[in-house]
Design a protein around this ligand. Structure first.
Ligand code: MCA
Ligand code: AMP
Length: 503
């Protein structure tokens, strides 16, 4: 029977009987393509048995493991909409996403079963070792499952991104959005079946899931699949690998390590950085130590990847290269050389925010260009420079933190008059989330108390690394808080610190 399911056809069909390795695990286990897809089909049967139909959301908040990746693949088979969540999200955050997305099934770590059950959807469990009732149910199923037909514009995934209003928005990504970008990147970065990628990113975001995993599938290559970034494990695996994808923190940590030498990376052909700005000094330090240029690319959850440094040709420090083939990028109201908001259009750009038509309309121009909220300029040679953000956003170690969301939680605490959350230069994380707090006169509020209260509600990476108390917040004539002044006043906070990160 012939089906048409864009992601299945583009990424999985040719791999069904493929005995080649897909995942290599730190304990020496290898998952072949054939074995991985057989497990994905068993999972698809379980999900279908639970009532998941094409177009239904499957919400997944589980630790990184091969089985977790198989749920993504099962969801492609089934034509369901994959909705992965950061494992750091608290119960409150999980509840918000589940209520908003109305998933047909929630899959969580066994330790979260009770919390998830109260949300009201069906719940199954999976732990990092493949334990829990999901994998057990899958083992009992036959491993055949005919992929469900899906049109190119049908949804494949929803990824939540926070908003400047503090309210998270679900970015709806279609089969075509994901496949077109994966194929473009595979070609642009020359991935082939001979490649071995060190995969140390989380798999609940675009970077680790769609960029890294989809490219590997498209190329029939393999990944050394690590639970998280750990410099020791990276150095152990470099001689076996050809490529690494990471956020800038990966590269600053590698540069801080005396083991980083040209010999250590002799087997590697490609180092990719993205999700946050790579400092020109990190690019230079990496080159000085290894003789290699890091390839920087720029993207967003809503758009997948937009630009990339060239594979051949000069990779220029402090730039994110050129628009990818098929992707149109322009600077709003800008001539060459002028700074403006970056806008983008192409098959990679999402269809809108889940159940938010007004918000979606606000973020697109009439001619279909999506407004990124990043500020940039093209230089005379066509390289795109990202020079700042028009949106109020902090990027900490590659994770986005929207100040409004943190401010809302802090402002709700007794004794707090108001707060402003800013990102300050941080040697490890790029930007450190920092809260400037004004107390009510005479109130007895401590940094520890604030952190303890918001710790129940906000994921750890969103919590301020430092809290600074102030008499008042600087405001302009319109009454708007001048965050640039706060950033300037405190810019050396983490750079001068001896012991980092104590509140
Ligand atoms: C962990 N912590 C963090 C972060 N990560 N705090 C702030 N920002 C973070 N990014 C907390 C931990 O909970 C821990 O808290 C403490 O900081 C120290 O943890 P540590 O062991 O140093 O951290 P780690 O586990 O080594 O993680 C750092 C990391 C990781 C390797 C940079 O955050 C990471 O893998 N980031 C990648 C994010 C990513 O994939 N972004 C792509 C988004 P405590 O011990 O106090 O409890 S996709 C995207 O942005 C677009 C589409 C794009 O262009 O790619
Ligand atoms: P997200 O909402 O997680 O998809 O994050 C997307 C944002 O990350 C973009 O709008 C940029 O602000 C930032 N970003 C991604 N890649 C880069 C990069 N190479 N350089 C600077 N900023 C980046």
């Amino acid at each position: 029977m012939t089906t048409c399911n864009r992601l299945y056809d583009g990424l999985l069909r040719a791999r069904v009987d493929d005995g080649r390795p897909f995942l290599r695990l730190p304990d020496g286990q290898v998952w072949s393509y054939a074995q991985t897809l057989a497990h994905a089909r068993q999972l698809a049967r379980v999900l279908a048995g639970q009532g998941v139909r094409p177009g239904d959301r499957v919400l997944v908040q589980v630790k990184k493991c091969p089985h977790a990746l198989c749920i993504y693949l099962a969801s492609i088979y089934l034509g369901a909409v994959y909705l992965p969540l950061n494992t750091a999200y608290t119960r409150n955050e999980l509840e918000f996403f589940a209520t908003d997305a109305e998933p047909a099934l929630i899959i969580v770590d066994p330790s979260q079963r009770d919390a998830a059950t109260t949300i009201g959807a069906k719940v199954m469990t999976l732990d990092a070792a493949g334990g829990g009732d999901l994998a057990a149910a899958a083992e009992a199923e036959p491993d055949d499952f005919e992929p469900v037909s899906r049109a190119p514009d049908d949804l494949a995934a929803i990824l939540y991104t926070s908003g400047t209003t503090g309210r998270s928005k679900g970015a709806m990504l279609t089969h075509d959005n994901l496949l077109s970008n994966a194929l473009t990147l595979t070609e642009a970065w020359r991935f082939t079946a001979d490649d071995v990628l060190i995969h140390a990113l989380p798999i609940f975001h675009t970077h680790g899931l769609f960029v890294a995993t989809n490219i590997i599938l498209a190329a029939a290559a393999s990944m050394i699949f690590l639970p998280k970034f750990d410099a020791n494990t990276i150095f152990e695996n470099l001689p076996e690998a050809t490529s690494l994808m990471g956020v800038p923190t990966f590269y600053t940590r590698l540069c801080d390590d005396p083991r980083l030498t040209a010999d250590a990376v002799a087997h590697m052909r490609l180092f990719v950085s993205g999700s946050a700005p790579l400092l020109a000094e990190t690019f230079a330090a990496f080159e000085a130590r290894t003789g290699k240029w890091i390839l920087e690319r720029y993207g967003m959850t809503e758009t997948n990847m937009i630009t990339s440094s060239p594979y051949d040709g000069e990779r220029r420090a402090g730039t994110v290269g050129f628009p990818l083939p098929g992707v149109a990028v322009r600077i709003a109201d800008g001539e060459t050389g002028e700074v403006g908001v970056i806008e983008v259009k192409g098959p990679n750009v999402f269809t809108g925010y889940w159940r938010m038509p007004e918000k979606t309309a606000e973020e697109f121009r009439a001619d279909g260009f999506f407004i990124t909220g990043d500020l940039g300029r093209f230089d005379d040679d066509g390289y795109l420079h990202i020079v700042g953000r028009a949106k109020d956003l902090v990027i900490s170690g590659g994770f986005n933190v929207y100040p409004k969301e943190v401010e809302t939680e802090i402002d709700a605490l007794a004794g707090v008059l108001e707060s402003a959350v800013i990102g300050l230069p941080h040697p490890d994380l790029g930007e450190g989330v920092t809260a400037v707090v004004v107390k009510h006169p005479g109130a007895d509020v401590t940094a520890e108390a604030i952190l303890m209260e918001i710790g129940q509600r906000l994921a750890r990476f969103k919590q301020p690394k430092r809290i600074i108390f102030a008499e008042a917040l600087p405001r302009n004539a319109m009454g708007k808080v001048q965050k640039s002044l706060l950033r300037k006043a405190h810019q050396k906070l983490y750079l001068n610190a001896q012991g980092l990160d104590s509140a």
